[in-house]
Design a protein around this ligand. Structure first.
Ligand code: NIG
Ligand code: FE
Length: 424
């Protein structure tokens, strides 16, 4: 196997005190009360946040740290992209054209396109080729401030190919210095060699593929695509039981195209999250609330499929179910490489408020991955992951779209990107 480029280790340490910042409301826990827009500081020691709060209250032991000038920028936690299928072979622009000509996602899938066409390209690619294809995609997401990302398998659908995808996900995390949570999605689609034998495939997923990959330390969570064109409720439950036997948390592609009551099932297994959920029922919402599952909203897939059935945002809000927002990056329904664009679309298409959308790409995204104690909030004691944005107010992060803000990024205690804002 080739040696991965050491891209991250060369970045400078972020240790020191970052002065002259403003803190985005609701996304930090300060060491002293903060008045909105009062000059604030973030102190970093040995790669961890030592203190955050107003400049006026900076503890004496932080005042002497090396000085970084935040140039008046707005600080948020590092972003969290909690649902992606980032590692795959090829692309599906041809299918995009078919859909524009009138074919539905389900029709494309039934015609042998869709997920299965990415499976062909993924199986044909070597591990190194998959790594080389995914690296620039991940770099684009990171350049916009993503500090933690979930990467699913599900385009291999056979042990060796699922393994290849998950190994690439781990390698990407090491090479780029980003927190990667891997999710096994062996039950994403029925592989062509199992046509008509769905139960046989699920048996293999549960008795062979998942245990083997878990034993290799490649699986942080387990997901299923529960849908008419994918797997039934009973098959989904079988995979959840296998995950539970291995002590792995579950999540679900639930109620995207129809209401299968998958969310209620996932909640019974204590799911970290239920994702897509355009057709989620009130019963599903209640079950998610009871289980503490996060609702992951994926406006990129909604947009690309020209869906019109909105997820039940008002009911989720009323029930107090935390809502996350993610790219769902995948080659079929969401070839999107901007989490900020998803925040903007969550507001415009789904009517989230800006604070909800920003919590969705930080705090709630972290919760959907079980990473709420390390990511998604600027607070003392946590690893230093934060972003400084050259904007006047937090709403601008969801207001501008199609722009690439010139931000400073501190990831894993290192300066991964330095803004030119205020330096010229
Ligand atoms: O999250 N819904 C199922 N899976 C992906 C789509 C995968 C594909 O079309 O390749 C999703 O949207
Ligand atoms: Fe997905």
């Amino acid at each position: 196997m080739s040696t991965d480029p050491v891209l991250f280790d060369t970045f400078a340490s972020a240790d020191g005190c970052w002065h002259n910042l403003r803190l985005a409301p609701g996304l930090f826990e300060a060491g002293a009360p903060v008045e909105q827009d009062a000059p604030a500081c973030i102190a970093v020691r040995q790669g961890r946040i030592a203190w955050v709060g107003p400049h006026a209250s900076l503890p004496a032991d932080c005042a002497g740290l090396p000085h970084h000038d935040g140039r008046g920028m707005l600080a948020t936690p590092g972003l969290v992209d909690c649902h992606t299928h980032l590692v795959y072979g090829g692309q599906r622009a041809g299918e995009f054209a078919m859909r524009l000509a009138g074919a539905s996602y389900e029709e494309v899938a039934r015609a042998g396109g869709g997920i299965v066409s990415s499976v062909r390209a993924t199986r044909e690619a070597t591990e190194d080729e998959l790594f080389a294809q995914a690296l620039p995609r991940l770099s684009q997401l990171l350049d916009e401030g993503v500090c933690a990302i979930e990467i699913k398998s599900g385009y291999g659908l056979a042990l060796e190919h699922e393994r290849k995808q998950l190994r690439v996900a781990r390698r990407l995390g090491r090479a780029l210095g980003v927190t990667v949570r891997t999710t096994f999605l062996g039950a994403h689609a029925l592989p062509p060699e199992y046509a008509g034998r769905s139960q046989d495939y699920i048996d293999r997923v549960c008795s062979e593929m998942l245990p083997a990959l878990a034993a290799e330390g490649l699986v942080d969570a387990v997901d299923v695509f529960c849908e008419r064109i994918a797997f039934s409720l009973a098959e989904t439950e079988q995979v959840f039981q296998a995950a539970h036997r291995l002590g792995l948390p579950v999540k679900l592609h639930a109620e995207q195209l129809s209401n299968m009551e998958g969310a209620a099932l996932a909640a019974r297994y204590g799911a970290l999250s239920c994702d897509h959920i355009e057709h989620l029922s009130q019963q599903g919402i209640e079950a998610m609330r009871g289980a503490g599952s996060v609702a992951v909203l994926l406006p990129g897939a909604f947009y690309a499929l020209r869906d019109t059935h909105l997820p039940p945002i008002a009911a989720l809000r009323a029930a107090g179910v935390p809502m996350a927002v993610s790219t769902d990056h995948n080659p079929g329904t969401s070839p999107c490489l901007s989490l900020l664009l998803m925040a903007s679309m969550a507001c415009t298409l789904f009517r989230l408020t800006v604070p909800e959308a920003l919590a969705g790409i930080t705090r709630h995204g972290a919760q959907a991955l079980g990473l709420q104690h390390e990511h998604g909030l600027i607070a003392a004691g946590r690893p230093a992951h934060f972003v400084l944005w050259p904007v006047g107010q937090a709403a601008e992060l969801a207001y501008w779209f199609g722009s690439r803000p010139d931000c400073t990024i501190v990831r894993q205690g290192r300066i991964a990107r330095m803004s030119r804002h205020g330096r010229d």
